[in-house]
Structure formats: C-alpha cells, structure tokens
Design a binder for this molecule. Structure first.
Ligand SMILES: [Zn+2]
Ligand SMILES: [Zn+2]
Length: 283
C-alpha cells in the first residue's frame, strides 16, 4: 500500500505492529496472574480493551489479506479476507474425501494403504492428520505465520483445527509439541502454543502441556535417520503430568515425522496406548 511507503506512516505502522506483537503475550501474563482473583478486571483488560483498540486501529489502518491483499473486515480477528477463507474451506472440504496415507495423511493415488515413505519407515505415532496440503496459499499463510510473525493467523488456524478435532478427535486431549529452546529464545513466541491456547480458551478443547524439549542440534541439514537419532532423548515428560491413554499431538508442519515420533515415544513410555497427531499441513 502507498501509505506504508511514507516515512511518517511507516513509523506509525511500526508502532501498531509492535503493539499487536506485544498484545498476546501481555494477555497471557495477565490471565495467568489475575484470572483467579480479579476476573472482571482481567476480562475488561484482556477482552474488551484490546478488541476496541483493534477495531479503532483497523478503521484507520485497514489490515490487508495475506493472500489477496484485499481489505479485511474490521474485527475479523485474522488477516485473511472472507472470500479467501471461503476458498480455503472449500479446498478443505474437497480434500476430506480424497484418499490419504493411513500413517502420514499425505495424498495417495490408490484408495487405501501407505505412501512409499511410510512403507519403509517406522514411527512411534499411530497416524497424522495434516489439515492442508503445504502448497500455494497455505504455504503463504504458514510463511506469514512462522516466518513473518503474523500472530493473528493463530486464530484462523485454530478455527480450522477445531473443526477437525470435533469430527476426528472428539473428547481426546491435545498435547502441543514443545518448541526447541533456542528457537523460542530467537523468535520470542511459540507458534504451536499460540494455537493450542486458542483451542483451549475459545473452543473448550482440553490441552495438556505434557512435554518438554531440551536443546538438540538443528535438524534442517540432517537426513531421516540422523533426525530420529538427533531427536532421541531431547523430549521428556513435564513434571507431575498424568498422560491420558490416547492423546493427540499438535504440531504446525509435518516434515519427516521425526519430532512427532519422538514425542509419541515419550507419551507411550508413560501411559499412552494410542498417539495420533494433528498438524496444519504436511510438507
Ligand atoms: Zn483474500
Ligand atoms: Zn505416508
């Protein structure tokens, strides 16, 4: 947009973005410390004031859709316009009936069975359900969310994931995959936790933060076997956690499955019998 190129507006826009980036963290802190004793104050601070501020800001500086650039409706809650949301949801409905690998959930040509990779590999999880295919618009959304730090997309992803939870994993407890400690320090927020907390708070889905991750080497340059070895021993149970019999792991992107497998192994070493996983997309 033209106004973003003007120096004066750029400064204003930077202030707005900084405020938006701080808001979820501040809400989380206020909720944790004040919900029990000052519920009304907490509610006003966390819900009403940021909501009004968001509407006021969006009237002056309308947010544009991450995918098509059209103005997003004020108080929409995420930077994706109505027609792009409708298009993505239609894609999801179409994909739901297509054949998928029974283990990794990636598209299959045959009606039943496993993909080539899953026929050769063994995982500790029982199955993964990736919501979207990691291509085109979904790739743009994920890059905006994880790469460019558009935190408000967590609401959009949570809405889509909530409908899958209600149909495929109703009544089961979600366990978010913990972030690498270094990554959390660098980025300052946890993309999976942001979605998990919305699922818990706004959709009433039970979430158990059962896993903790210690420092491991970066995985990007490693092959499948090296990733599995790298992951071994970095995931452990949080203290005082009682693991349910059939938890569902929650992660953002399924790549090799090494992280999900290590998490599932950890849960199964406690009390879990069946561990499935739900992700935004599969790469
Ligand atoms: Zn759009
Ligand atoms: Zn597969």
């Amino acid at each position: 947009m033209l106004w973003q190129d003007l120096p004066r507006c750029r400064r204003l826009w930077a202030a707005v973005r900084a405020e938006r980036a701080r808001a979820p963290e501040r809400q989380r802190l206020l909720c944790k410390r004040q919900c029990a004793c000052r519920r009304y104050v907490c509610m006003v601070k966390n819900a009403v004031v940021p909501r009004l501020a968001r509407i006021a800001i969006s009237l002056v500086l309308p947010e544009s859709c991450v995918l098509c650039g059209a103005a997003v409706e004020p108080d929409c809650g995420w930077p994706v316009c109505g027609s792009c949301v409708a298009m993505l949801e239609a894609e999801l409905a179409e994909d739901a009936g297509r054949p998928r690998c029974e283990i990794c959930g990636k598209p299959l040509i045959s009606r039943h069975g496993r993909c080539t990779r899953c026929r050769a590999a063994t995982y500790d999880f029982d199955s993964v359900y990736p919501l979207f295919r990691y291509a085109d618009d979904v790739r743009a959304l994920v890059l905006a969310y994880k790469g460019a730090g558009r935190r408000s997309l967590s609401g959009f992803f949570a809405r889509q994931l909530a409908s899958v939870v209600s149909t495929r994993f109703a009544g089961r407890v979600l366990v978010p995959v913990p972030p690498r400690p270094g990554k959390l320090r660098r980025r300052g927020w946890d993309q999976v936790e942001a979605i998990a907390s919305i699922l818990q708070r706004e959709y009433g889905i039970p979430v158990l933060r059962a896993l903790v991750r210690s420092v491991a080497a970066e995985q990007k340059a490693l092959n499948l076997e090296e990733r599995a070895a790298n992951m071994r021993g970095t995931i452990r149970l949080a203290r005082g956690i009682e693991v349910p019999a059939n938890p569902v792991l929650l992660d953002d992107i399924l790549t090799t499955g090494a992280t999900l497998s290590a998490c599932a192994a950890c849960l199964k070493s406690a009390r879990a019998v069946r561990v499935d996983a739900l992700t935004i997309a599969a790469d």
